[in-house]
Design a protein around this ligand. Structure first.
Ligand code: RIB
Length: 325
């Protein structure tokens, strides 16, 4: 198959069952907080991103994941299946399915601790055939050697590689060299480049062809490399919504963005639809349960057309990112 006829997205990464407690605030170190209701939700950065790709609706989506042979695996498989994700499952014996412990605060922020369990069983040789795969989407909740092996194999076979470098870990040159797109948040950008607070400058330290920094309620900033080697910045302001739960908003962005690229949307359009999908996800509880369909995103974009990239908001975002004028 030629690169242009490869229309399938493969997400390779983690799946966790999220154990969520709502509380007035996230506990400080050493503090115990008396929370309220408890719920479980299908989650994990990889699985959330696969669901976001599939709900974006244009590309067949597959996921490579590792699960334990235990009851926690059942809702994770069911959620991916219901979203239409075709699964390649590595079944890890005698290891628990991944879990995540989420404290969700009333201001919609959270603190998450992950017990990776079976996610650590994924190996480079588990990568399925890439013949039909146009985009491979990766995160960092699986062993880093495995992520590097996946990225290098995909690059060698002409599949575009997108890495969401979350949670933040040291990235080797070998991994960065295999990427077409890197998606990171502000903290992860600072951790990777060693440059604090100066986003445009930090971006000049990275040679990946396209880097997107997600900035929460401010929006996002992309730096793409032109053919002459110069950098070009693109900004997208965030849609203002009443946030209930920001869990998986970043994952929704990554999945919706990848789906948009796979349908050949230009970078600014892909940033806009991914931002809309992430905004909707913030208004709903849970990880995969919060991710919108393409119809919901299209309706949202129509309803909020006037609110996207308003001049004052764009200016504020450009100043925040310290983009040279
Ligand atoms: O990005 C949100 C996800 O991080 C949660 O679903 C949790 O499982 C952790 O992986």
């Amino acid at each position: 198959m030629t690169a242009s006829t490869r229309n399938t997205i493969l997400v390779a990464g983690s799946a966790n069952l999220d154990f969520v407690v709502r509380a007035a605030h996230v506990p400080a170190p050493g503090e115990t907080v008396l929370g309220r209701e408890f719920s479980t939700f299908p989650g994990g950065k990889g699985a959330n991103q696969a669901v976001a790709c599939a709900r974006a609706g244009d590309a067949p989506t597959q996921m490579l994941l590792a699960l334990g042979d235990d009851p926690h695996a059942t809702p994770l498989e069911a959620s991916l299946c219901a979203a239409g994700v075709a699964m390649h499952i590595v079944r890890a014996r005698d290891v628990a399915t991944g879990t995540a412990f989420v404290c969700l605060a009333d201001d919609a922020e959270n603190a998450i601790t992950v017990a990776p369990g079976a996610n650590n069983a994924l190996r480079g040789e588990d990568l399925p055939d890439l013949d039909a795969i146009g985009y491979l989407l990766l995160q960092l909740e699986t062993p880093i050697d495995t992520v590097v092996a996946f990225a290098q194999k995909a690059r060698a076979q002409g599949t575009k590689v997108i890495l969401n470098a979350a949670p933040a870990r040291a990235l080797t040159a070998a991994l960065l060299d295999a990427l077409d797109v890197l998606i990171i948040n502000e903290g992860e950008l600072a951790a990777i480049t060693g440059v604090q607070d100066r986003i445009a400058e930090a971006l000049t330290h990275l040679k990946v062809p396209c880097v997107i920094v997600t900035l929460g309620a401010r929006g996002c900033c992309a730096r793409s490399l032109r053919a002459d080697g110069g950098g070009e910045f693109h900004l997208q302001t965030a849609y203002r919504v009443k946030a209930l739960d920001t869990t998986a908003a970043g994952d929704t962005f990554c999945g919706a963005f990848t789906a948009a690229l796979s349908r050949a949307d230009a970078l600014p359009q892909a940033m806009q639809s991914a931002s809309a999908a992430a905004a909707i996800a913030c208004t709903r509880l849970g990880a995969q349960s919060s991710i919108p369909t393409k119809t919901e995103v299209d309706d949202f974009l129509r309803a909020h057309a006037a609110a996207s990239n308003a001049t004052d908001d764009l200016h504020e975002l450009a100043v925040y990112c310290a983009i040279p004028r």
